[in-house]
Design a binder for this molecule. Structure first.
Ligand SMILES: [Mn+2]
Length: 283
């Protein structure tokens, strides 16, 4: 195997992976996981999509298995893995307080950075009054937003030339986009408010598939994004600095490019990891 640069971080946060769905960018996530090492890994919810499992649309290729295997291996090798379940993997919330395979399950957590800042870590669906909005948001990337606004302008130009009034797509798109943006704003303010209430410096969450790092009235609001479309992770450097990594951008890959290098082992392995034999070095 080629020697490759491994990026070292104090802490890595990922969420909204949605394993078990076709939308999950498992190959990119595997590439990310193989390219990093960290002391602590937070899984900030919606890692496995139990909703899809129930509704029958379950999709579980080798790469999804590999993600689970890789994370469990990290835990075995001494990485502190903290799993904060989300609303799509809410069954795991029954296991809060339990350790399995080196993974700690918790309803939420307080993370202290190297420079002494304290962050509340939670998935965020608690602050999502209307879950439907979040589902629709998952499909709204920046490109979609721009495309919709562009379509809106063009649409009305055509309508005007044809003698129709200003209506329809315009209003629809604008209200939808405005609702979506308003939803993000409301969500961010609500989550930041919870951090303020708990007396911490900031909050780290996921859920709305929208990576962000900003100050909201003196509280740091940080969202690690998702691995369905934006493929983002939040990393903490050893000096405590937080950074959002857009992995496809880091790699210089287009999200439309299907030729993502696939270095996943081809042999199928069991979903549940057996107890490792002593003396066998994990690759
Ligand atoms: Mn969620």
């Amino acid at each position: 195997m080629q020697a490759e640069e491994i990026r070292s971080y104090r802490t890595v946060f990922i969420s909204d992976v949605h394993l078990g769905t076709r939308g999950c960018q498992a190959e990119l996530l595997l590439d990310f996981i193989r390219s990093i090492e960290c002391d602590t890994l937070y899984l900030v919810g919606d890692i496995i999509d139990g909703w899809k499992m129930k509704s029958g649309g379950w999709y579980w290729p080798q790469s999804h298995n590999d993600v689970v295997q890789k994370v469990l291996r990290m835990a075995r090798k001494g990485v502190q893995v903290i799993y904060v379940p989300g609303n799509h993997d809410d069954r795991a919330r029954d296991f809060c307080g339990i350790h399995f395979g080196g993974v700690i399950v918790a309803r939420d957590a307080i993370h202290e950075t190297a420079d002494g800042k304290r962050y509340l870590v939670l998935h965020g669906d608690e602050f999502d009054g209307v879950v439907e909005h979040a589902k629709w948001l998952a499909f709204l990337g920046d490109w979609a937003y721009r495309a919709l606004l562009g379509a809106n302008t063009g649409w009305n130009l055509i309508r005007r030339r044809m003698g129709f009034g200003y209506w329809s797509l315009s209003a629809f798109v604008k209200v939808k986009v405005k609702n979506a943006l308003q939803f993000i704003e409301n969500f961010e303010v609500a989550v930041a408010g919870e951090a303020r209430r708990r007396g911490v410096d900031g909050v780290i969450c996921g859920h709305i598939h929208h990576a962000e790092m900003r100050d909201i009235d003196g509280v740091a609001y940080v969202n690690d994004g998702d691995w369905v479309e934006s493929c983002t992770a939040l990393v903490e450097h050893f000096d405590g600095t937080l950074e959002i990594l857009e992995w496809a951008k880091v790699r210089g890959w287009s999200m439309l490019d299907r030729d993502v290098p696939d270095r996943a082992p081809r042999t199928a392995r069991p979903f549940v990891t057996p107890i490792p034999e002593p003396g066998v070095a994990a690759a």
